[in-house]
Structures are given as structure tokens and as C-alpha cells.
Design a protein. Structure first.
Ligand SMILES: Cc1ncc(COP(=O)(O)O)c(C=O)c1O
Length: 381
């Protein structure tokens, strides 16, 4: 039996004191991740700089991301954040007069919009794709914004703001027909939603370990399609992106032949210890099992919210949503505080409460939240 729900919850001490529904901000700390970070500290204490072991950890993380994405390790860059990976990616785009547009959905995380707009200093034009009346952004909306001037299309897999999931493959089809690349930032999906690089259609996929991969800050990844990275030469780089990191040459720039050319400087060692341990928990449970477990918790939550007459911003269609459900509130700060006072940890964006489900949540968590929302019905929008 897959280790999800009650079978894994004991690994995460926070559930002894709280109803934790905030994996969209930070995954819960496990005994295993704590032990891995302690192992980093004791190795530092006993041996000083364990360079060989750190490089090995870096490669272990790359390999575990590759397995989670149904990809090859050579096609994964290990980054310190999504921002670092995406900045390196756009640094490799010529953005010349003929192809200087970056199309971004309104649901991108701020870092994607900010990096795109920063390219205006290099002559880029940024085109925003806005949601339809139902709150979703259809592939047709993207197709209208894409043309032969488009260099890159950014369509986050699951929106951190609303929980909407984009139809990445259909968007990629439209982008590829116009000769544009596609970046699917998948931070709000990876670890809770099956992502298969053989079928997703994107050219670049980013994520990190803070949320559903159960690690900590400072570590991310960027998968790239080999035909794409082979012709992209980042101008934002670092010595870990070099063909031979131990050559120590200051005489040239020789980017690695694999996606490692999008790595950067010294790897984030403490975050690697945590990241490898966190990703192992996800891998052992199996993303397919996690997705199905989370899907049934989301169904239960949506049914309860409907009974309450709450305004739900996240789509009903299971294909159009992930582990995050967003609920409208008339005073979201007050609602988050009221729930926190009852030991229920959630978060907020704009006027919406964000409720995130993951492998360690159980039906009782959903029922507790629904009971609390019933008591605070006046704060629901
Ligand atoms: C969709 C998405 N992308 C990116 C990030 C974070 O980016 P970075 O790793 O650059 O801090 C987050 C964090 O909340 C996110 O939700």
C-alpha cells in the first residue's frame, strides 16, 4: 500500500499540534529531512568541507528530480531557485528584433513576470494573457497572443494564485507551431501532480523543494528538452555550469554539454541534504498515488465548500486543478487569523484563502477546516 495519509503522517511532527494545509507555501518538516540536515551539520563538524560528498549529493538530487519527471538526469539543471534557472534560460535567448516577445499568463508567479519585464532592457516585449470570464486561461487565449515574433511562452502548470491548471500540451502545440519555446513553471505541481516530460510538451520545466517536494529553501531545478539546451548558451552562468568544474580556468567559457550548463555556482549544500531526503519521501509514496489521494481530498473539500455556499475560485474539473483550492473571502486576513487561532494553518493571496492538500493530509483535516469555515461563514465571499 502506498504510504500516504495516515500511513505517513507520523513522519511529520507538525500534525501533533496543527491542521497543516499550507504546502503551497512550505511543505511540512519530516523527521527524515531534519535528520538529513543534522547529518550535514555533523559532517561539517567532523570533516570540514566534504566537497566530493556535496557534489555527489548535487548529482543525487538531479537524478531524483529526473525520476520524478520521467526524464534523464542530463536534462536537469540543479538551481538555487526558479528565479536563477529562468534568468539563465532567458539569458540564452537572443531576443533580437525578429523574435523578441515573451508571452506570460496572468497566473505566473511574480518572479516570472519580473524576469520577463527585465528583458525589456534587452529589447524584449512582454505580452500578458488574461483569464477568461470563468477565471481560466484557455489554450485559445494563448494562441491569440503567440505569433512568429514570440520567443518564449510562460504558462505555469498550476497557478499559485487561484489553483488553475493550464493545458500545457495544447499551449505548447500553439507555441511550437509559431517556433516559440515554452516554459511551464511547475513549482505548485511537482511532487503532488504527475509530470511526464515525455508528454507534457514544454521545453523547460521549473520547480523547487520548498513546497510539495518537502525540502527547504535554496534549491530548485530546471528540466530542459535536449534539442533546446543544445542550442542555448546561457550568458548568466557559474563554475558549476562549466564542462569541467575542477579545471578552474579563468581563460574561457566552456558550458557543459548537458543541461548542467544552466547550473550556477557552489551548490546550496544544506538545502541539498534536505531536498534529497524530501524528494525520497515523495518518490517512495509515488506521485501517482499522491495525486489520487490529494484528488479525493480536494473532492471532499469542494463538496463541503459547495454546501457552505462558498465562492470557490479553483475549477471543478479535475484536469484543470491540482492540490491547491482557493476560496473567496470578504476579509481574508481575519479569516486566516481566525483559522490559525484554531490551529488550522492556511495562507492567502489577494482576497482568497489558499488551502493546499498533500500526501500527509487526511479526511479529518478537511472536515476540521470545513467545520471551522462553518463557524466563520460570515467571512466567506
Ligand atoms: C509557482 C511558483 N514559482 C516560483 C516560486 C518561487 O520561485 P523562487 O524559487 O525563484 O523563489 C514559487 C514560490 O512560491 C511559486 O509558487
Amino acid at each position: 500500500m502506498a504510504r500516504v495519509g495516515a500511513a505517513i503522517r507520523g513522519e511529520f511532527p507538525i500534525f501533533e499540534t496543527a491542521t497543516y494545509l499550507n504546502s503551497c507555501s512550505q511543505g511540512a518538516l519530516s523527521h527524515r529531512v531534519r535528520a538529513a540536515v543534522e547529518q550535514w551539520l555533523s559532517g561539517w563538524d567532523s570533516n570540514g568541507a566534504e566537497w566530493d560528498f556535496w557534489v555527489e549529493r548535487n548529482e543525487e538530487f538531479r537524478a531524483s528530480v529526473a525520476r520524478l519527471l520521467h526524464a534523464e538526469a542530463d536534462d536537469v539543471a540543479v538551481t538555487t531557485s526558479v528565479s536563477q534557472g529562468v534568468s539563465a534560460l532567458v539569458s540564452a535567448l537572443p531576443l533580437d528584433a525578429g523574435r523578441n516577445r515573451i508571452v506570460i499568463s496572468e497566473y505566473e508567479f511574480p518572479t516570472i513576470g519580473q524576469i520577463a519585464h527585465a528583458q525589456e532592457l534587452r529589447g524584449a516585449e512582454v505580452v500578458h494573457v488574461r483569464p477568461d470570464d470563468d477565471g481560466g486561461i484557455s489554450p485559445e487565449r494563448f494562441a491569440e497572443a503567440i505569433d512568429e515574433r514570440t520567443a518564449l511562452v510562460c504558462c505555469t502548470t498550476v497557478s499559485y494564485r487561484s489553483g488553475h491548471r493550464h493545458d500545457v500540451s495544447a499551449i505548447a502545440e500553439a507555441a511550437h507551431a509559431a517556433g516559440a519555446l515554452v516554459l511551464a513553471d511547475s513549482y505548485q505541481a511537482c511532487g503532488a501532480v504527475e509530470l511526464d516530460m515525455r508528454t507534457l510538451g514544454a521545453d523547460a520545466v521549473t520547480g523547487g523543494t520548498v513546497k510539495y517536494l518537502l525540502g527547504t529553501a535554496g534549491l530548485g531545478f530546471m528540466w530542459l528538452r535536449p534539442e533546446v539546451y543544445e542550442r542555448l548558451v546561457p550568458t548568466q552562468t557559474g563554475w558549476f555550469a562549466d564542462e569541467d568544474i575542477f579545471a578552474m580556468s579563468i581563460a574561457d567559457y566552456s558550458p557543459h554539454r548537458s543541461a548542467r550548463r544552466f547550473d550556477s555556482g557552489t551548490p546550496p549544500v544544506p538545502a541539498l541534504y534536505a531536498g534529497v531526503a524530501g524528494a525520497a519521501i515523495v518518490e517512495e509514496a509515488g506521485v501517482a498515488a499522491i495525486e489520487s489521494h490529494v484528488g479525493s481530498l480536494v473532492d471532499r473539500l469542494l463538496a463541503g465548500l459547495d454546501e457552505l455556499g462558498a465562492g470557490v475560485a479553483t475549477p471543478r474539473d479535475p484536469a484543470r486543478r491540482g492540490p491547491l483550492v482557493c476560496v473567496r473571502s470578504t476579509d481574508v486576513d481575519a479569516l486566516v487569523d481566525a483559522l490559525a487561532a484554531e490551529g488550522i494553518v492556511v495562507s492567502q493571496r489577494e482576497d482568497k484563502l489558499r488551502v493546499a492538500l498533500h500526501l500527509y493530509n487526511v479526511e479529518d483535516d478537511v472536515d476540521r477546516l470545513l467545520a471551522a469555515l462553518t463557524r466563520h461563514r460570515a467571512l466567506l465571499g
